[in-house]
Design a protein around this ligand. Structure first.
Ligand SMILES: Cc1ncc(C[n+]2csc(CCOP(=O)(O)OP(=O)(O)O)c2C)c(N)n1
Ligand SMILES: [Mg+2]
Length: 915
């Protein structure tokens, strides 16, 4: 039988690293085991071993089933690879970076500015970054395409400090830290691509979103590769995360995807400084051990880097495992306290806990004890871990690196609970740090202005500086950096959209269905077809996308290794390595992160890809708003589809499903352009224009936007596109679809999405029952009209000599009557335009928690349906003195307005809906 090299917690941890006290005896036991296997076979041996374990347990000598290994390094000293760098030289400029990072924050805290920053987090992660920068992280000009690096957001001063030494940032820019508009060359506080688009790639400072995105970045790299779009085999994703950050559900909740999809192109490095913002992460426990078992359980390869090289000798001398035992026993809260004190304290309160460990350091001075480092600050240990991570195949790797928050910053910082929030170094701190880091700056220079300690910039021929620059050159250029070429795609012509303009004849088609048909058509386009990436969190059947399963197929790095239950059906469930659909499971948070990844491919890969993320409207914006915000920060482009929108349209689903506000939420994200189209032909124009803006020539518009379309599942007859369709109106947000009958009093009915047919019905009732004419306007975008209004306000405010008329005002003025608006959303949506409507304006809306019932009953309940519009229109006209007030009462009675069963639209047609 071939010998298997299997790793397991016990074997990795204990047996490999702890010295054997009696090797002879051990080998006798192993020999008898070998004999047993030889003579009786594996099954019998397994039985005997289990019987022995059972017997041992009865005698209290149990081997615990465990997902954790002892609290020591995963890689034993003897297995560490050769370190190819020059450690002394690298240490020299690492110190300069440390100094400049601390100085940058201190200077930003000077009187009159006081904008702060973080010093201690970078101090803890510096070594972890520098080993990467000097030996691993491949830049954009690397032939393999370069790595994706997620930096811990609030450690940004260290990244700026490196860029300063590299000559990428000037001293003036360094001093503009956190003063983005008040200085000519300000730097954002954290990694924000929107604010510094040639530098930052990934917005990471909202804890948890970075780890989620990193997983999907690695998965999408496999997608690009296996689909033959780009060779990503030499690209690796590194995510640097805080141990506190690992509390976030988003940090942990998607680990299984990375393992299930064999993402060996992904490495998480968790900076385990044992502290978060307020205090210890797990004072009573051990965060590294917790994360080890968590990641192992999720199927990851785990590498712990706990102790620096100084401990190797002690561990080798630890014959009876007392030191390992002690390391295991001491809790994180105590480890933190040990490093906030000194060598004597460590001797007494750590080694002194057991006479055997005390004995181990008997001949060591307090200074020597104090110099014992944690693994995350030891260059060689970190190098060994990164090297092993890259060599590990078939699984993602997490490196759990033990560090100290505030490392090297002195007693006021290191390990203190308040360290996260400390924003400046006192003069005394500065001098001590200067000495510790050997920075050639004099006392006098520091004393000149304690709020402005000088940055350190070596001579440009300094060998250490030259070495540093050469390392980056060899690895493919400076990082972080972001592609700015912005390649445009060749977009399909009008023909592709023809199908959207024809109308559906007698057939009823929901807007969701119409949009999905368009997507299918676009995916067939020979130029951009393969750029579309549908992202579906387990709702394909709801939206009619299951028809794509057999052709487009679902992406899975494993392909399909089972017989699908429906394999003999036409629409069978098909997974493939070359699948084009990214099915994320029931995971909106992950889907939003994937949207961000796909929609930034134009920058991260220089390969534009078009995400089409379709979700159950209610579970998109309100559930994952922060990821969408980060996507906006990252200049993401693409289409986000809120399907099954509306508070009354999704019949029967009830409170948690009825979305009456996602357009309002979308309106608060400056990167989103929302449309609420009523008809297929509107969708055609909007989609085409969206592609033009984001992937073609945007003209003078910002291409860095995402289009959010709300579409519905209510089948309606799709009208053909009218002759003189007002395309500009559709794109800017409002167009007239019905003209008021002539020679009568007139009212204007505004509606969007699924409410447009109600408005058209109200127009008929107004004419037939009350002899009143009504214009009907389809408001395709309340949000864009509002933006236009706000822009006009701004111009009128700053340039009082010229008047700019908002688009919606220009459209609606001189139309002869008051205005009534209805939608399937909250009042707040049409209310967005109140300021610019040229006349009396009444809005209807479906506020509050939705409920389950038929569409007509729900619409009457909220008083948003055709009859409600009629009554509200009569009221507006009466208030304007155009008609008798008495008509209002008559209408309420005629329509039995308060009776939810008295609608003219009684039939509930949910049976032919797509949901
Ligand atoms: C979602 C979110 N919540 C809260 C914060 C505020 N915050 C910034 S840093 C931080 C503590 C981070 O601790 P850790 O992840 O351990 O990083 P460390 O600084 O210790 O390396 C917190 C709570 C945030 N940035 N994002
Ligand atoms: Mg921490």
């Amino acid at each position: 039988m071939p010998e298997q090299k299997q790793s397991s917690p016990l074997v990795d941890g204990l047996l490999v690293q702890i010295p054997d006290n009696d090797p002879e005896e051990t080998s006798e036991w192993i020999e008898s085991l070998d004999d047993l296997i030889e003579e009786r076979g594996a099954n019998r041996t397994r039985y005997v071993m289990l019987a022995m374990l059972n017997a041992a347990r009865r005698k209290n000598v149990s081997v615990p089933a465990s997902f954790t290994t002892p609290y020591i390094n995963t890689i034993p000293a003897q297995d560490e690879p050769y370190f190819p760098g020059d450690e002394n030289t690298e240490r020299a400029y690492r110190r300069w970076i440390r100094w400049n990072a601390a100085v940058q924050v201190t200077r930003a805290q000077r009187p009159g500015i006081g904008v702060g920053g973080h010093i201690s987090s970078y101090a803890s992660v510096s070594t972890l970054y520098e080993v990467g920068f000097n030996h691993f992280f491949r830049g954009k000009s690397h032939p393999g395409g370069g790595d994706h690096i997620f930096f811990q957001g609030h450690a940004s001063p260290g990244i700026y400090a490196r860029a300063f030494l590299e000559g990428r940032l000037s001293e003036e820019e360094m001093d503009g830290f956190r003063q983005e508009v008040s200085t000519p060359s300000g730097l954002p506080s954290y990694p924000h691509p929107r604010q510094l688009p040639n530098f930052w790639e990934y917005p990471t400072v909202s804890m948890g979103l970075g780890p989620a995105e990193a997983i999907y970045q690695a998965w999408f790299d496999k997608y690009l590769h296996l689909n033959g779009i780009k060779d990503t085999s030499e690209q690796h994703t590194w995510a640097f995360l805080g141990d506190g950050e690992m509390d976030e559900p988003e940090s942990r909740g998607m680990l299984q995807t990375a393992a299930a999809q064999n993402l060996d192109n992904l490495t998480f490095v968790v900076n385990c400084n044992l502290q978060r913002l307020d205090g210890p992460v797990r004072g009573n426990g051990k965060i590294i051990q917790e994360l080890e078992s968590y990641f192992k359980g999720a199927g990851w390869n785990v590498i712990k880097v706990i102790w620096g090289r100084g401990w190797d000798g002690l561990l080798a001398a630890d014959k009876d495992h007392a030191l390992v035992h002690l390391m295991d026993e001491v809790r994180d809260g105590d480890y933190q306290t040990l490093k906030a004190n000194d060598g004597a304290y460590v001797r007494e309160h750590f080694f002194g806990r057991d006479p055997r460990t005390k004995e181990l350091v008997k001949n060591w001075s307090d200074e020597q004890i104090w110099e014992l480092r944690r693994g995350g600050h030891d260059y060689r240990k970190v190098y060994a871990a990164y090297d092993a991570a890259l060599k590990h195949k078939g699984r993602p790797t997490v490196i759990l690196a033990h560090t100290i928050k505030g490392y090297a910053l002195g007693e006021h910082f290191a390990g203190r609970n308040a360290t996260h929030q400390m924003k400046k170094l006192t003069l005394e701190d500065q001098k001590a740090l200067r000495d510790r880091l050997h920075i050639p700056i004099t006392d006098e220079e520091l004393e000149k202005d304690p709020y402005k300690p000088p940055y350190y910039m070596p001579d440009k021929d300094d060998p250490a500086l030259r070495y540093m620059l050469e390392r980056r050159e060899a690895l493919g250029g400076y990082l972080p950096s972001r592609h700015r070429e912005d390649p445009h795609l060749e977009l399909p012509g009008e023909k592709t959209y023809k199908m959207m303009t024809k109308g559906s004849g007698k057939q009823k088609v929901a807007t969701t269905m119409a949009l999905v048909r368009l997507l299918k058509e676009l995916m067939r386009d020979k130029n951009i077809g393969k750029r579309f990436v549908p992202i579906i969190p387990d709702e394909a059947r709801t939206f009619g996308l299951d028809a794509m399963f057999p052709t487009a197929k679902i992406f899975n790095v494993h392909g399909q290794n089972y017989t699908a239950v429906d394999h003999d059906l036409m629409l069978s469930y098909k997974e493939s390595e070359q699948g084009r659909l990214m099915h994320t499971g029931i995971n909106e948070a992950g889907s939003a992160a994937l949207m961000q990844v796909v929609g930034t491919s134009y920058a991260t890969h220089n390969v534009p890809m078009i995400p089409f993320y379709i979700f159950y409207s209610m579970f998109g914006f309100q559930r994952t708003g922060d990821q969408f915000w980060a996507a906006g920060d990252q200049l993401t482009r693409g289409f986000v589809i809120g399907a099954t929108a509306g508070r009354t349209t999704l019949t029967g689903e009830g409170t948690q499903h009825m979305d009456g506000h996602s357009p309002v939420l979308a309106a608060t994200n400056p990167a989103f352009v929302h449309y609420d189209p009523a008809y297929a032909y509107e969708i055609g124009h909007i989609f085409r224009d969206g592609l033009q803006r984001m992937y073609g020539d945007p003209g003078d518009r910002d291409p860095n936007v995402m289009y959010y379309l709300t579409v519905y599942n209510e089948p309606i007859v799709q009208p053909a596109q009218p002759e003189n369709v007002d395309v500009e109106g559709i794109l800017r947000g409002i167009h007239k679809i019905d003209e008021a009958a002539p020679d009568r009093p007139v009212v204007n009915l505004l509606a969007s999405g699924v409410a447009v047919p109600w408005a058209r019905h109200a127009r008929e009732l107004l004419l037939n029952d009350w002899g009143i004419g009504a214009n009907v306007w389809s408001v395709t975008s309340w949000g864009e009209l509002r933006r236009d209004g706000m822009e006009a306000n701004r111009k009128n405010y700053l340039d009082p000599d010229h008047y700019t008329k908002p688009y919606v005002t220009a459209k609606l003025e001189n139309t002869g009557g008051p205005f009534v608006a209805s939608t399937d959303f909250d009042h707040i949506l049409p209310d967005l335009l109140r300021e610019w409507i040229p006349g009396r304006y009444y809005t209807l809306g479906a506020d509050g928690f939705g409920f389950s019932d038929t569409r007509p009953a729900a619409r009457r309940h909220f008083l948003i349906d055709a009859e409600s519009m009629v009554v509200r229109a009569l009221q507006a006209m009466a208030d304007d003195g155009m008609i008798e007030r008495d008509l209002i009462r008559q209408a309420i009675e005629k329509y039995d307005l308060m009776n939810v069963n008295a609608t003219s639209h009684r039939v509930d047609d949910s049976d032919d809906s797509v949901a």
